[in-house]
Ligand binder design. Structure first.
Ligand SMILES: [Zn+2]
Length: 496
């Protein structure tokens, strides 16, 4: 048997069109070289697709060509120069690798660039044009995606993570490779249906009704009704025609079944989305709940509106300022992105007491800087935090203590993922009443086990939950919760 030739690549960023930080070439890391920027580090996304390819190459199943990979943390709109340069780097490496039997691509799915509302659809269509109809193309995406008909048409296999927090990237990457190989061998003929739910929902898989939905999706796959079932949550802080919660079902050469299952899944998702209370609790309410609870153990408060994992700057001070104004102690908060304050505190050194201006530097959605006298209680020139067994860098980081509050400042922008973000800098957690994390949901896996209660805060910022506050221009309306009632689910695209 001839060894199959596979090309693996990746380009990923989640675009928050309302966030203030633009995403230029300097924001990307990974293994790529383009005019004006080159890098040779691990990209800021799980490399499970690459590792799955390498393992199959080691087993002699494929001959692997490793193409460029580039990723940026979630942020504002990607510049046209950055997107086009990285896309051309991938396409020229693929051209040089031809002929190939299969292409595996790591994408996010919610990347928007200046002039491109659907970067992934554009990239996949160009890959298809290069490799021809017989090559199998598979992509792994984040469920916080805007999945377009162009993406579904271009890729044979398109699989989103099922878990939120996204702890299942290894399993999904294995599926992409297995299904690519089965497609290329002619064992399956993937066809797909994409249905829009008429809503934009939040689907924490830690909630029982969403857990049940994931179990149903997996049952569809196990029973053989479908090859792959993905619920596309969508990313609420994007914009464009493909914005919205969608169901994507791939079957083995049975388009009517794909449509039937996708319609059913979109209908279920619509019900769950419309039954989910919109928004979280106010800080006032969270403090009242904690005060009324005589039990011990921390309440973990998610400052979702300033989640760097959704493109926010991560330096907002609204919660910190409110806690200080109220004299609330026994609290820790982090990670707050402030490289300048980190540098000053590092220079002062461990144990130093100094007046420091903290956060609030990026723009109005970050609030005002907070001036406070703090003691440097921890520092690490290269801090990391653990998420699903991988170490995520925080850059130089410090822990500060003042007014009963421990604050972790970092110089690499990232959301809260693991408790070691605090404990790695010597901040204890069990003795806190409140742990405030800059994250929407990825914190949940690591922090829920030590939390007496987890609460999602509502407040100002780049990702506030009151979506009506944002000036969307391109999305298809009516759509719940922006409109009183969304449309009934409808078919938006498919393949086969
Ligand atoms: Zn996501």
């Amino acid at each position: 048997m001839m060894t199959l030739r596979a090309f693996v690549t990746g380009l990923a960023q989640e675009t928050n069109v309302f966030a203030p930080l633009p995403t230029g070439l300097r924001s990307f890391s990974g293994r790529f070289s383009v005019p004006g920027r080159s890098d040779d580090t691990a990209p800021p996304f799980p490399e499970s697709l690459l590792l799955g390819g390498r393992r199959r190459a080691a087993e002699g199943v494929v001959e692997l060509v490793e193409g460029p990979t580039a990723g940026a943390h979630p942020g504002g709109l990607v510049t046209r120069v950055a997107y086009e340069a990285l896309r051309e780097a991938i396409l020229s490496a693929l051209s040089a690798a031809l002929p190939v039997d299969m292409v595996a691509v790591h994408l996010h799915g919610a990347m928007m660039a200046d002039g491109y509302d659907d970067c992934e659809g554009d990239l996949l269509a160009r890959i298809r044009a290069l490799v021809g109809a017989d090559c199998a193309i598979g992509a792994m995406i984040d469920p916080h995606a805007h999945v377009s008909p162009a993406m579904v048409r271009a890729a044979d296999i398109l699989i989103a993570y099922k878990e939120y927090p996204h702890t299942d990237f290894r399993e999904r990457a294995e599926e992409v490779w297995d299904l690519l190989l089965a497609t290329r061998a002619g064992h399956i003929r993937p066809v797909a249906a994409l249905w829009d739910s008429g809503t934009i929902g939040i689907f924490h898989t830690s909630r029982p009704e969403v857990r049940a939905l994931v179990a149903e999706m997996q049952a569809m796959e196990r029973s053989g009704q479908a090859i792959s079932v993905s619920l596309i949550h969508s990313f609420p802080w994007g914009d464009g025609a493909d914005f919205g919660t969608r169901a994507l079902v791939i079957t083995d050469n049975n388009r009517p079944a794909a449509d039937r299952l996708a319609q059913a899944l979109a209908t279920r998702a619509r019900t769950i989305a419309m039954d989910t209370p919109n928004g979280g609790v106010s800080l006032e309410r969270a403090l009242a709940l904690r005060a009324a609870d005589t039990g011990t153990g921390p309440y973990v408060l998610a400052d979702s509106a300033d989640n760097p994992g959704g493109g926010a700057a991560g330096d907002s001070t609204f919660v910190l300022a409110s806690l200080l104004a109220r004299g609330v102690g026994r609290t820790c908060i982090g990670p707050l992105w402030d490289p300048q304050a980190v540098a000053i505190a590092m220079e002062a050194g461990l144990g130093a007491r100094l007046a420091l201006r903290i956060g609030g530097k990026t723009g109005p959605l970050s609030g005002a800087p907070v001036d406070m006298v703090v003691t440097v209680v921890g520092l690490d020139p290269a801090a990391t935090q653990d998420f699903a067994g991988e170490a995520f860098p925080l850059g130089a980081a410090v822990a500060l203590h003042g007014h009963g509050i421990d604050i972790v400042l970092v110089s690499e922008r990232d959301q809260a993922r693991g408790p070691d973000l605090f404990t790695g800098l010597g901040v204890t957690l069990h003795d806190k009443d409140l742990i405030v994390v800059k994250s929407s949901q990825h914190f949940h896996a690591g922090f829920a086990p030590l939390a007496r209660q987890v609460l999602y805060l509502d407040g100002p910022g780049s990702l506030q939950t009151d979506l009506a506050a944002y000036p969307y221009r391109k999305i298809i309306r009516p759509r719940w919760p922006l409109d009183a009632m969304g449309r009934e689910p409808w078919m938006v695209g498919g393949r086969g």
